[in-house]
Design a binder for this molecule. Structure first.
Ligand code: DX5
Ligand code: ZN
Length: 219
């Protein structure tokens, strides 16, 4: 199966968002990763609905929305209406995770669950069949540009095992500190989707960087 690249617009230039989204449209990027932070679940605030609407006006690729917010249930319909194709919530932010996942799917979106670096894979045992995407955080969520946590490799292997054992169709996404130094090792461990923010947008040539990362992930 082809491994996918999902550049994170958190590292884009918001004063030139149309330019940056068009760059992604014309690149080898598969999805557009959109990080929503509320200043409560994580110690940072990123952006909300008006910015996502602006992104959607230009985006020609799947919108992979990663919610780092408390009480995501309150906004599921609204994220659907502004173009989310995949909606990922945090395990740590959902008291009734199973209900939340059903509500996301009822809106016709793919349902994702993100795990913080400290959350064990076995926390997903009883919901893995209901999940389309597991986002393994390879940094503590809240900021771009942090360094990759090495313990992630072990979690990818454990998660791959859980998915195979259960017969789940969930994809494994890695989010945080992804570069050309760890991409190949991550897909070898079982990753299907690599999110990359700073590595793409701070590069001299983002289009070329995406292309190379995708080649590396599929080599
Ligand atoms: C972190 C976000 C990430 C972030 C990744 O909380 O979920 O998606 O944008 O940025 P880099 O690739 O710079 O670590
Ligand atoms: Zn993210």
């Amino acid at each position: 199966m082809t491994r996918l690249i999902a550049p994170s617009v958190l590292a884009a230039d918001f004063a030139n968002i149309q330019r940056d989204i068009e760059m992604l449209n014309n690149s080898d990027a598969d999805w557009i990763h959109i990080d929503v932070m509320d200043g409560v679940f994580v110690p940072n605030i990123s952006f909300g609905m008006p910015v996502i609407k602006a992104i959607q006006r230009h985006a020609k690729k799947m919108m992979d929305v990663h919610l780092m917010i408390v009480n995501p249930d309150q906004y599921i319909k609204e994220f659907k209406s502004i173009g989310a194709d995949i909606l990922t919530v945090h395990y740590e932010a959902c008291t009734h995770l199973h209900r939340t996942l059903q509500a996301i799917k009822l809106e016709g979106m793919q349902a994702g669950v993100a795990l913080n670096p400290h959350t064990p894979i076995n926390a997903l045992e009883d919901v893995i069949m209901d999940i389309d995407l597991v986002c393994l955080m390879s940094v503590n969520p809240g900021f771009g540009g942090q360094s990759f946590i090495e313990n992630t490799y072990k979690k990818v292997i454990q998660l791959k095992h859980l998915i195979e054992q259960s017969g789940s169709k969930a994809k494994i996404e890695i989010d945080g500190g992804v570069t050309d130094q760890n991409a190949h090792k991550l897909v070898s461990a079982g990753a299907d989707v690599l999110v990359a923010g700073s590595f793409v947008f701070k590069a001299d040539n983002p289009t070329e960087t995406i292309k190379n990362l995708r080649l590396l992930a599929n080599s």
